[in-house]
Design a protein around this ligand. Structure first.
Ligand SMILES: [Zn+2]
Ligand SMILES: [Zn+2]
Length: 324
């Protein structure tokens, strides 16, 4: 079967062995997989030494073609899924830092999402796999994992779906695909959410979905931009006593100054990768169409994965979905 690997720091599609079901879990025929910002970061920072360990693609939609499980999934089910689950037992899990758990870091789909077939294990089926309902296109369902990341960031900010958040306001800095769905998801949580991007094309696109910018002070700022230039903008817009959610890596070591945080009693909170609970909420938001992601992805084939990567890097497209 075909699968994507990094070779000489470039994305290559190679022939490899189809995964084999040798323990509980499932073999999934991949129908498509979203290209994530984290895939791009991995490609950019790859070295000749670590490139063989890099797995590309985890925002998978596929069909179960072989299964051995105690869950209710069966052969023929169309599912969307993500790649990591925690142990719920270690000291990281005890404090809710699920993405720091060693089981979380070690768990993954095999060989990677940009493959014709993947293997998932029993815990994936239990915690990160969801059935795709008829009202969702596959490329919409592929947002399950990125939207779960977003849900985690929103919950890290202290918002819960069933609490009254209508008095709170938030500003999302950066309106790439993650900022775009963060703003929509915040609105679904009842938060008065606004968005800002220095790129006019992106802010115009967001505006079509009702995402506006207003000069104001905000309870919470979500940093999705990947540029340290957004840091002064965040400090300018956050209310004293408010929160800044760090939700993206940036290219350099710049950060927040001690006294900026101290005298204004700001909270700087990071959010990295979703827990099983976040998948559950993400799935609900997608099924209820509370976050609109239809026709926002550009479709590529697996053989064209390298051009999808190029097009994302140069800002030509918003989000790529690789049809397999
Ligand atoms: Zn992702
Ligand atoms: Zn754990």
């Amino acid at each position: 079967m075909k699968s994507a690997v990094l070779k000489d720091l470039k994305v290559n599609i190679v022939e490899t062995k189809k995964p084999h079901l040798d323990s509980k879990g499932a073999i999934i025929k991949v129908l498509g997989c979203g290209l994530c910002g984290s895939d791009i970061v991995k490609i950019k920072h790859a070295t000749k030494e670590n490139e063989s360990n890099i797995k590309l693609g985890h925002e998978v939609v596929g069909e179960i073609v072989e299964i051995d499980t105690n869950t209710s999934y069966k052969k023929g089910d169309i599912v969307a899924l993500g790649h990591h689950y925690p142990c719920f037992n270690c000291d990281y899990c005890r404090i809710g830092a699920y993405s720091m758990c060693q089981t979380f870091k070690n768990s993954n789909i095999s060989p990677c999402g940009f493959s014709e077939y993947i293997k998932v294990d029993e815990n994936h089926l239990r915690y990160t796999v969801y059935s795709v309902p008829d009202n969702l296109e596959y490329e919409e369902a592929a947002f399950l994992e990125p939207l779960a990341c977003v849900v985690r960031a929103i919950r890290r900010a202290g918002y819960e779906l069933n609490s009254d958040n209508t008095k709170s306001n938030a500003l999302v800095l950066g309106l790439g695909s993650i900022g775009f769905i963060t703003t929509q998801a915040l609105k679904a949580f009842g938060v008065n959410a606004y968005g800002f991007d220095i790129n006019k094309e992106r802010s115009d696109f967001a505006l079509k979905y009702g995402i506006e910018y207003k000069k104001d002070t905000y309870d919470t700022i979500f940093m999705t931009s990947g540029s340290s230039k957004a840091i002064p903008t965040a400090l300018e817009h956050v209310r004293n006593g408010g929160k800044i959610i760090v939700f993206s890596s940036i290219e350099n070591e710049e950060g927040y100054k001690n006294n900026d945080i101290y005298y204004r009693e700001l909270s700087i909170i990071a959010s990295y990768s979703p827990s099983p609970k976040d998948y559950e909420i993400s799935y609900k938001l997608l099924c209820d169409k509370k976050v609109k992601v239809n026709n926002v992805s550009t479709i590529y084939t697996l053989d064209n994965l390298a051009s999808a990567v190029e097009d994302i890097i140069c800002g030509k497209i918003f989000k790529a979905y690789i049809k397999i």
